[in-house]
Design a protein around this ligand. Structure first.
Ligand code: GDG
Length: 745
């Protein structure tokens, strides 16, 4: 059984003096609520891990820590490993780079972001401290799960030192669009992305954040990606969405708690004239408190019939009060509250009931239960757990959630009244709609949201993440890059030498020659021709150039060699010293249907072009802006897939090309045909493209298959790059014996 190591900026508690003793006090917050709930629920019998360890920084000294007698947080059953950081370094890392650079930028407040070198250096320093702590006890089969924007460099630091580790990373805040992310200074943004890519699995709350991350990685690091997997160096990394869940039962059960019920009655009694609108947020500009107040003010203006009949219970939780962007806003918000209260209050009614403090869990649950409407309108929020907790608390299934469409939660809570938080008229109208919503509609909406939250709760969220982490590790194992060692090359050469019939199948573009921007310029060099010529000169060798090129080009460039040639991935075969033989007789009318679509995409994507061969149509996007090219290629793929369903056409998603051709023709089928003809006792097969994977798979058992390039493949071995192909093939030339070849049996 392995151990689960959770890594987050802070440990989930602080130390307090109680009488003569120091005791642990649990802290609150999105990440802490989620992970603690998981650990509590899964620590008993049938638990998945041998041990749970939580690593995080603390704001007390090692001397104080020694004085804490009971170091286990009740019921949670995890061990803690505190990290001590010098206060000034912590301040610059946390209040500085984390919360004055990354936080505003990632929440679309670029004008608040500060780009201070010292902050960044402290961020690096603290990320190294975390990594060192992890490395001091991490074992190979541990699962390391790093959380959030304060620790984005940690995965890469760990990976460099210990390539064998299993590392997951989860970002709890939004990953912004590339246009925002790129505002980070050049080397910082590259390091942040590289840092995250040290993980095996990178999780986000929504599909948009996943796409934004992939787009930034592609534009800045030029990585290759296929759907949600990224090829980075030799590693395959998965990015995926895992919308965080809550401890659903805990909030439902709170309704049976007597203290909660008493408190709820107290709230209702205190605010007895009215319907209750409730909100609770940390004091943070991303929560849109000023806009929310404007929305409420407009509501009172536009719907005066609600005056004296509604109370807005506004709870603001102190947060990051060392940062000017935070504490300055408090004053503005409080002024606005006074203005609204001054403007609308009557002798026995005040519209806003404001509180600036932490709520206990029971108080929070009482509010969730007492409220008629929850008004949750951040300007940006990675997810927003308060919205989910409010829904989970509604045992009667009544009540209405008004939610900002700019939160991650809006993707899952479609039945809420979704609003744009900056539009005060829309917010005002939504409040009126919520207060007048018929009961049956409230129940219908609430039930649907509850069902979803119950299904995908926090335990599911963690299990899902850990399952996917396991999954990608297995995938990496299967497709791992296996660079040829000199020992293996020796063995291959030996097998080649003793074989009496050899077949060498070589792809052309990207294997024998490097890629060029203009395909017609990729003629073979004299050196390539000399090596091929020499290989062909041994009668024991059957040399096959197996390509996607058309017959004319292959004839022009290689036609003089005594080699076999395959054009258009198998649509034409030319055995040495004979003519081209067409393998399919299907009339190519289908091209008239597909060609206009490819042409349309060519006009929509500068630098792309269509190549037409007798049996195939190819859309090339190597010379385009990588990101646009990729996006367009996915759109085109989607259109073509719909068009070709139930036809005998197939679409090949190749290396910066999309190719459409008849099914039943691919390099795998063609290679098998040729092998059956030659019956060799040694087969070497080399290629670089997706289309070569067909050969690698079909010849798996009988051939030495080599993928050119250090990316994942079904081939047995990899050569690092195209430049290594010729030196590799030359070794077969020098090993060709001059003595008379063996007679074929
Ligand atoms: C980050 C992302 C993402 C709040 N006030 C009190 C209190 N809370 C608890 C709530 C909830 C949590 O704190 C707040 O979670 P949020 O999701 O709203 O926001 P962040 O803390 O900023 O969390 C966020 C989250 O990570 C998870 O991935 O959703 O987008 O910013 O659980 O109940 N709890 C108590 N008293 C309070 O006064 N007891």
């Amino acid at each position: 059984m392995s151990r689960l190591i959770i890594v987050s900026n802070r440990l989930p508690f602080s130390v307090e003096k109680s009488g003569g003793d120091f005791i642990l006090r649990q802290s609150s917050g999105g990440l802490v609520s989620a992970l603690k709930s998981y650990l509590e629920k899964t620590s008993g019998e049938g638990k998945k891990f041998r041990e749970h360890i939580w690593i995080g920084s603390v704001d007390f000294s090692p001397q104080i820590w020694k004085k804490v007698k009971d170091k286990t947080i009740k019921t949670s059953n995890f061990r803690v490993e505190p990290i001590y950081i010098e206060p000034d370094v912590y301040d610059s890392y946390y209040n500085g780079f984390s919360n004055s650079t990354l936080w505003p930028l990632f929440h679309y407040f670029p004008f608040l972001a500060e780009y201070d070198k010292e902050y960044y250096e402290s961020y690096i320093q603290v990320n190294f401290l975390f990594a060192e702590k992890i490395l001091s006890f991490a074992k190979k089969d541990d699962i390391i799960w790093v959380h959030d924007y304060q620790l984005m460099l940690v995965p890469q630091i760990l990976r460099k030192k210990r390539p064998d580790l299993t590392i997951g990373f989860f970002l709890h805040i939004p990953f912004p669009s590339y246009e925002i992310f790129r505002l980070l200074p050049t080397s910082w943004k590259a390091s942040v992305l590289q840092g995250m890519l040290g993980a095996d699995l990178i999780g986000f709350h929504t599909h948009d954040y996943v796409q934004h991350f992939i787009q930034s990685a592609k534009m800045i690091l030029r990585v290759d990606s296929q759907f949600n997997t990224i090829q980075y160096g030799k590693r395959l990394i998965k990015t995926e969405l895992f919308p965080i869940g809550i401890d659903y039962e805990k909030f439902q059960d709170a309704n049976a708690n007597e203290d909660v019920l008493k408190l709820k009655d107290l709230v209702v009694e205190k605010l007895k004239y009215s319907k209750i609108i409730f909100s609770v947020d940390r004091l943070d500009y991303s929560k849109g408190l000023m806009f929310r107040l404007q929305g409420f003010e407009e509501f009172l203006e536009t719907f005066p019939e609600w005056r004296e009949k509604v109370i807005f219970a506004l709870n603001i939780v102190p947060s990051r009060d060392a940062i000017p962007a935070y504490y300055k806003r408090k004053r503005d918000i409080e002024e606005k509250i006074s203005t609204i209260n001054g403007k609308f209050s009557t002798f026995h009614w005040q519209p806003i009931n404001y509180r600036y403090n932490h709520l206990s869990f029971n108080e929070l649950s009482a509010f969730y239960k007492a409220a008629d409407v929850a008004l949750i309108t951040p300007l940006r929020d990675g997810m927003n757990l308060v919205a989910k907790e409010f829904v989970a608390s509604r045992t009667e299934r009544t009540g209405v959630l008004i939610l900002s469409e700019l939160t991650g939660a809006a993707n899952e809570l479609n039945e809420a009244l979704l609003v744009n938080p900056t539009d005060s008229s829309e917010v005002a109208k939504a409040i009126n709609d919520a207060l007048t919503m018929p009961l049956h509609e409230q129940i219908e909406r609430m039930s649907m949201m509850q069902e979803r939250l119950k299904q995908y709760d926090v335990v599911r969220w963690v299990n899902d993440f850990l399952d996917q982490l396991d999954n990608i590790k297995q995938m990496q194992e299967k497709t791992s890059v296996r660079l040829l060692t000199s020992r293996q090359i020796k063995k291959i050469l030996h097998d080649f030498e003793i074989a009496s019939r050899r077949c060498i199948l070589l792809d052309y573009d990207g294997t024998l020659t490097p890629f060029t921007n203009i395909p017609s310029k990729a003629e073979p060099s004299a050196e390539v021709l000399a090596v091929l010529d020499k290989l062909c000169s041994d009668e024991r060798n059957e040399i096959v150039i197996i390509s996607g090129r058309d017959t004319e080009t292959l004839d022009k460039w290689l036609g003089h060699l005594p080699a076999h040639m395959v054009a258009e991935h198998g649509a034409f075969i030319k055995r040495k010293n004979s003519d081209w033989d067409q393998q399919s007789t299907v009339l190519p009318e289908w091209k008239d249907q597909i060609r206009p679509i490819l042409q349309l995409f060519t006009t929509r994507c500068a630098g792309s072009f269509v190549e037409e061969k007798r049996n195939t149509l190819t859309w090339h996007y190597r010379n385009t802006n990588p990101d646009l090219g990729f996006i367009r290629s996915r759109e085109l793929l989607n259109s073509l897939q719909q068009l070709t369903v139930n036809t005998s056409l197939q679409i090949i998603d190749g290396n910066k090309v999309l190719e459409i051709r008849m099914t039943g023709i691919d390099k795998g089928i063609t290679a098998t045909k040729l092998i059956n003809m030659f019956r060799p006792d040694f087969i070497l097969c080399m290629g670089d493209d997706t289309t070569d994977e067909d050969m690698f798979r079909t010849l798996e058992q009988m051939a030495v298959t080599i993928k050119v390039g250090n990316t994942a493949s079904s081939a047995k071995y990899n050569l690092m790059s195209q430049e290594e192909v010729l030196p590799f093939l030359k070794q077969f030339v020098t090993s060709i014996k001059t003595e008379k070849p063996h007679a074929y049996s």
